[in-house]
Design a protein around this ligand. Structure first.
Ligand code: GDP
Ligand code: IMO
Ligand code: MG
Length: 424
């Protein structure tokens, strides 16, 4: 068997949680491979809303859910997620598997995240403040603490690591109160001990050999990837499809379907370049209809028109085989919709992502008429208005890729799988 991967193609929050939940019935295992509690994946079913941060979005279907070696896990936030899920009476200890190689986010990582941001001042990244960057720094600089360390000399290792962090915080003159957050962190480590701790490479490869199906769940989005995103305004992991190989321990030859998910417009949280951003009433309208507020931090998401330059780049890097478009219903009332088809940089047009996306990058737009139809109840492609079909076709021709699934609302049933795809 091959493993399917679902990745965000924009700046995160494309609706990955909803779509993983919709696709899960076809899979035996759902596996997160990077990131950590900076993610906020929203699921909506039976009138209940649930935001998952570290636990894969397959948890509501009784499938196996893997926290991969490429992830960073905060025991305190993991515990609160477990407590939140206990409300749904799920079999959590049987269905969650944590990689021994996943790295721990320490309380001092959270403090360092805040200290580094404060030091950057106006140039701050606008991180989620969850300690993601510092935890990955320690991983790469070979100073990290892993889930597997819990069973062996843990206290000594913990003291060694935090000693270094305290020195760094002192150097930055950052004031903090560690005692209270450290206490709940140490208590939460005990919760992790109740879960299956595995080697994900062995677990996933054996499952594939047995004919089990695996769906890897990306977090963040391609434009936040540490190598390919709008650096330095990115997260600290590889969010692209290749990250699934590293973050789970599967070979590139084992990758099958790559689902690339994008919104019918664009959003971004935190600082950093965003060529199609709308700082006017149209941006406000997108935010208000799309309810564009961060699932993790509650921050307002910046909104803008869809950016096909960035989207085409993301499709290539990820090797997308199937496109999924979400939130098209948010554009239902717009007279016209704009689509960024090129960038103009110092008077020259280009369809290539530049080394640095800065203020000299201006979007070039194509305008199409809006469909002016309530799409949230549309349940079949046969009922798509003509203007919506034209919008889809324009995107497909430009991107040279079919849009296989269209999402017209946050609910599971507001999902349309298209069968009449155009030959491109
Ligand atoms: P993720 O991080 O990619 O999982 O996305 P988030 O959960 O952070 O943000 C997506 C938001 O859009 C959530 O509130 C979803 O419930 C909602 N959503 C997902 N798909 C659709 C859709 O097609 N239409 C609308 N209106 N909302 C959607
Ligand atoms: P999901 O999985 C949107 C952004 C932060 C910040 C930058 C770095 O829900 O799509 P970090 O805390 O990772 O060091 O922050 O990345 N960011 C996200 N934006 N969705 C996310 O996840 C994000 N995770 C991180 O806002 O700009
Ligand atoms: Mg999110």
């Amino acid at each position: 068997m091959k493993i399917s991967v679902l990745v965000g193609l924009q700046w995160g929050d494309e609706g990955k949680g909803k779509m993983i939940d919709v696709l899960t019935p076809e899979y035996d295992i759902i596996a997160r491979f990077q990131g950590g509690p900076n993610a906020g994946h929203t699921l909506l079913f039976n009138g209940e809303k649930c935001v998952l941060c570290s636990i894969p979005s397959g948890i509501f279907h009784g499938k196996k859910n893997v926290i991969g070696n490429g992830m960073v896990l905060d025991p305190v936030l993991f515990r609160s997620e477990i407590e939140m899920l206990s409300f749904f009476h799920l079999d959590l200890t049987d269905n969650i598997y944590i990689s021994r190689r996943a790295h721990l986010i320490l309380p001092t990582h959270r403090l360092l995240d805040k200290a580094y941001e404060a030091q950057k001042g106006v140039n701050k990244i606008g991180t989620t403040g969850k300690g993601i960057g510092p935890a990955y720094i320690d991983k790469v600089s070979r100073n990290g603490l892993r889930i597997g360390d819990i069973d062996c000399d843990f206290e000594k290792k913990y003291i060694d690591k935090t000693y270094r962090h305290k020195k760094l915080l002192q150097q930055m003159n950052f004031k903090y109160d560690l005692a209270s957050i450290e206490k709940e962190w140490v208590e939460s480590i005990e919760i992790i001990k109740q879960f299956n701790r595995i080697d994900t490479d062995d677990f996933i490869n054996k499952a594939l050999n047995k004919g089990e199906t695996v769906l890897a769940e990306g977090a963040q989005g391609t434009m936040l990837d540490v190598d390919f995103g709008s650096y330095p305004f990115v997260t600290s992991s590889n969010t692209v499809c290749a990250g699934a190989c590293i973050g789970l321990g599967v070979s590139p030859t084992k990758i099958g379907d790559v689902f690339g998910i994008f919104k019918a417009y664009c959003t971004r949280v935190g600082s950093g370049p965003f060529p199609t951003e709308l700082s006017d009433s149209i941006g406000e309208k997108l935010r208000s209809i799309g309810n564009e507020y961060g699932s993790v931090t509650g921050r307002s998401r910046r909104c803008g028109w869809i950016d096909l330059v960035a989207l085409r780049y993301a499709i290539i890097i990820n090797g997308v085989t199937q496109l999924i478009m979400t939130k098209s219903d948010v554009l239902d009332s717009f007279e016209i919709v704009k689509i960024c088809i090129a960038y103009e940089i110092n008077g020259r047009k280009t369809k290539k992502i530049p080394f640095e996306i800065n203020s000299s990058v201006k979007p070039v737009y194509k305008e199409l008429p809006g469909w002016k139809t309530d799409m949230s109840n549309v349940d079949s492609e046969d009922k798509f208005p003509k203007a919506f079909e034209d919008y889809l076709e324009f995107l497909e021709v430009f991107l040279e890729k079919n849009i296989k699934i269209v999402s017209v609302g946050p609910g599971r049933n507001q999902t349309i799988v298209r069968n009449k795809l155009k030959q491109l």
